[in-house]
Design a binder for this molecule. Structure first.
Ligand SMILES: NC(=O)c1ccc[n+]([C@@H]2O[C@H](COP(=O)([O-])OP(=O)(O)OC[C@H]3O[C@@H](n4cnc5c(N)ncnc54)[C@H](OP(=O)(O)O)[C@@H]3O)[C@@H](O)[C@H]2O)c1
Length: 269
């Protein structure tokens, strides 16, 4: 990233994940990064080992670089934008990861045209396997777009979506890690019920989910084809699938995700 500098407002889970990703991948050095948060504790925790600069003054972090990441809770953003808007450079690229904050409202809060990208990441970003959806506003240049995709690409995968699909993304990639953890827990419980030690049951369940996800992403085959490959006639898998179908597994998963999408629409319009 040459000598570009990047500021972060907020030093929580997501800011730490991004800082870890961009420093490990060599996109930015520690001295090209400044982070602000109210408590010394959370600044120290977020940036330990990365050599970044920290401050308790949001305006200092806002003025620091050509790129500014807003990584605070959505309700905090309402307070922060009026505080920092005159400190942000005219030509800065602002990236907001606040769930449910749309580009129009963010733009209005700044009170002037700002190059801005709205991003919906998810928590697996903390281990470099996140899924991020990005929507740039009209002011964003081709370079900004490529940069933002690269930035969130180091945290896993990143794709552009129209802002109208942000609620769908929130329900799918934003919320579904929780459903997958629940699935892994249930799979492991079944393993324990069938005699496996608890710790081993988690490993067998989690690695099976990880491996299956990689098969979908890397083989180019659709899930139905991969399912059929595992399902031999009269075998164990078809017995399991039949029970899941009888219990409405697929419909239930779809309903769960659509309930999250609906909730996101209700909350954010
Ligand atoms: N976690 C997710 O799965 C996820 C997924 C998608 C999007 N997001 C979005 O990412 C954003 C950050 O989420 P997170 O999980 O990283 O939250 P978090 O861990 O709670 O971190 C929030 C950070 O904001 C700081 N903060 C609070 N008030 C502040 C203020 N007035 N000025 C500057 N910093 C302030 C906090 O500092 P102190 O600790 O010092 O108070 C903390 O470092 C949210 O908008 C969320 O919607 C999160």
């Amino acid at each position: 990233m040459g000598d570009r500098k990047i500021g972060f407002i907020g030093a929580g889970n997501m800011a730490s994940a991004i800082i870890r990703g961009i420093t490990r991948q060599g996109l930015f050095r520690g001295d090209q990064i400044m982070v602000s948060a109210p408590s010394q504790d959370s600044r120290d925790r977020a940036v330990a080992g990365f050599g970044v600069q920290t401050t308790g003054d949001n305006r200092q972090a806002a003025a620091f670089g050509q790129i500014l990441v807003l990584a605070v809770k959505p309700r905090v953003l309402d307070v922060i934008i009026p505080e920092i808007r005159t400190s942000v450079a005219e030509d800065a690229l602002v990236i907001s990861i606040a769930a449910g904050k749309n580009l129009k409202d963010l733009q209005e809060a700044f009170g002037r045209p700002v190059r801005m990208v709205r991003v919906m990441p998810n928590t697996p970003a903390m281990v470099g396997e996140g899924m991020s959806a990005l929507t740039p506003n009209a002011q964003v240049t081709e370079d900004d777009r490529a940069f933002a995709l690269k930035l969130f690409g180091v945290l896993g995968r990143a794709e552009l979506v129209p802002e109208t699909l942000m609620n769908a993304v929130t329900g799918l990639s934003g919320s579904s890690p929780a459903y997958i953890y629940m699935l892994i827990e249930a799979m492991a419980d079944a393993g324990v019920a069938a005699g496996l030690p608890r710790a081993q049951a988690y490993t067998f369940a989690a690695q099976s989910v990880l491996g299956s996800a990689k098969m979908v992403l890397e083989t180019g085959l659709v899930p139905g084809q991969l399912k059929d490959q595992v399902t031999s006639p009269g075998g164990t898998t078809i017995a399991g699938l039949r029970t899941l179908e009888e219990g409405g597994f697929r419909g239930l998963v779809m309903d769960g995700i659509l309930a999250a999408v609906k909730k996101s629409e209700e909350m954010n319009g």
